[in-house]
Write a protein that binds this ligand. Sequence first.
Ligand SMILES: C[C@@H](O)CC(=O)SCCNC(=O)CCNC(=O)[C@H](O)C(C)(C)COP(=O)(O)OP(=O)(O)OC[C@H]1O[C@@H](n2cnc3c(N)ncnc32)[C@H](O)[C@@H]1OP(=O)(O)O
Length: 706
Amino acid sequence: MEKTFNLTRRDDGIAILTMDVPGESMNTLKAQFGPEISEILAEIKSDSSIRGLVLISGKKDSFVAGADISMLDACKTASDAKALSQQGHVVFNELEALTIPVVAAIHGACLGGGLELALACHQRVCSDDGKTMLGVPEVQLGLLPGGGGTQRLPRLVGITTALDMMLTGKQIRPKQALKMGLVNDVVPQTILLQTAVEMALAGKRVPKPVKKSLVNQVLEGTSFGRNIIFDQATKQVEKKTQGNYPAPAKIIDCVRQGIAKGMQKGLEVEASHFAELVVSKESEALRSIFFATTEMKKETGAEGASPRKVKKAVILGGGLMGGGIASVTTTKAKIPVRVKDISEKGLSNALAYAYKLLDKGVKRRHMTPAARDNLMALMTTTTEYKGVKDADIVVEAVFEDLALKHQMVKDIERECGEHTIFASNTSSLPISQIAEAATRPENVIGLHYFSPVEKMPLVEVIAHAKTSPETIATTVAFARKQGKTPIVVQDGAGFYVNRILALYMNEAAQLLLEGQSVEHLDKALVKFGFPVGPITLLDEVGIDVGAKISPILEKELGERFKAPAAFDKLLSDDRKGRKNGKGFYQYGASSKKAKAVDESVYGVLGIKPGTNKDAKAVAERCVVQMLNEAVRCLDDGIIASPRDGDIGAIFGIGFPPFLGGPFHYIDTLGAANLVRILEGYQSQFGNRFEPCERLKTMAKENAHFF
Ligand SMILES: C[C@@H](O)CC(=O)SCCNC(=O)CCNC(=O)[C@H](O)C(C)(C)COP(=O)(O)OP(=O)(O)OC[C@H]1O[C@@H](n2cnc3c(N)ncnc32)[C@H](O)[C@@H]1OP(=O)(O)O
């Protein structure tokens, strides 16, 4: 079998250990490397001519991306997983115990077990390249660093910094890594290996103590202070995870026990906790999301079609959505954008949106002012159709008015090229209706973003019957360059995400009208695992937007989408939500966060909050509506697969990732159990809860989606 590790000796006595997993684009750590590594370490120890060791990757642009997640997925029992962690401990401890200096030369992704491998080296140097990132993202997989990271990281960079890295899974850039003491030097890639060799020749260096504030020194330097850190971290984790994710608390426990009882004990605790997490249902769900998104990256969105390159984009409308779309196109995709709006105000909004995003990077020292200005130069503006002839794609983000969109289609066919794609950011109008105005309907497609555009990862790519496969593939590729996760959905009112969201929100509205308080409703669904509650979401999206979409959905999809009539009173009272500072919540002049509930809203709706029902029951009523409609969408061919349905709900609505998405969750609940719950509600509240046919069939057959 081809070797993964290759040891070469230099005349100056420094040995270079190159890791290059055969046939894979990324290096990942696999259990079968154990014997190979042990053999190499034995060879190094027995060769007195070797004065130092440099560990480097043979991959073009990555160091080591962590333990092989497929290997973890294959663990059937906790003891299988514990053995993997313990094997990693043995190898990394042996590496760290080498008497010669060991230096890791890092370029590209150095994540998870890859960083733990580097931490077992005596020193680390990384390239200053934008592709170089260091981190321990295990928590995003429902895991913890199981290769000694919970013990080495705090001892290297301090408890607070280590906890922040492990509890967020954030990726650290080279300069940050140098500043926090994670690496000893940052150099251009061209001299990375030479620098590592020189560091090895210079011999082992005691890591420079990390600069800490006086408060931090006191807190981390005393057991009393450390307990404050751990207790604070625990409180924050409980608030953020609502008890739905076991990994963060276990990470804190590993660090706490390791610091209090020594590294050996800490490693034992780490291996045990790691093992429990690998076989947890939460981690299985989170790993399935990783596999799904990785698989999706390889798909063009249209069988057999290749995307055309997008060299220039035009955005019609410089408002909230248009500004966001233009911004991600320049800042992420680095594609020149021309923004057209009917007013200078709209244009300046788009420019300001992009500048604000980029300037955040400058303030955080991720970007130089020059880099910011270069990216800003990619965005030009116009109030007329000038400089748009060479556009490869035009994204319209104007009012939800069919006549206006028809006019846009005609304008673009007149002013742009024959191949120019017309992509509509409509959130509700069927693309087929928009395409009626086109002489080239094959170029018309939906490209539905979610607000805020720079934060929400999902976009829906909506093909109508005549959309060409090349248009689909080009649009999917364009969205990916913007850093988005696109799912291709079929044309239909509300497409996928808004369709399943509408019933979930309507049920929350019904519960409100039955006397549940706004706070109780929101808290119940946050406890269930959503990022925000349904009433907060309605205020954020806009009560007027919801009111506009509901009739379209009801007309196209049926009675079950009928929104409670009482909500019309909100619009009569000019309550649009955050956008006009008047909704279910109070909004201060500049406050980002909504303040308390605006109690006057109950009077407008003619209700008086009564006794709050059990939070789980409240959440269940809303969630089962979403689950039922998600299955209907699969049945109607709106989504191509349960995988797309899960990713769409998680990335578009924030469906709790630890549940794996609606379809994974239905498998967990069991179709028969879900049908029973729905039928129970149907008998209490009416036919809007009637289980769809596919669910009933699955219940009879005890079928699963995965
Ligand atoms: C011991 C403990 O600490 C446990 C761990 O280490 S758990 C693993 C921790 N590491 C991660 O979570 C990193 C996961 N990977 C990524 O985030 C990304 O792949 C990346 C940022 C490293 C690179 O992203 P990108 O450039 O977009 O490339 P792809 O995501 O498409 O990945 C390319 C191929 O590499 C495969 N791959 C990447 N990481 C892993 C991994 N940890 N395990 C298994 N496979 C991995 C990925 O599946 C792609 O495979 P392909 O089919 O060859 O395209």
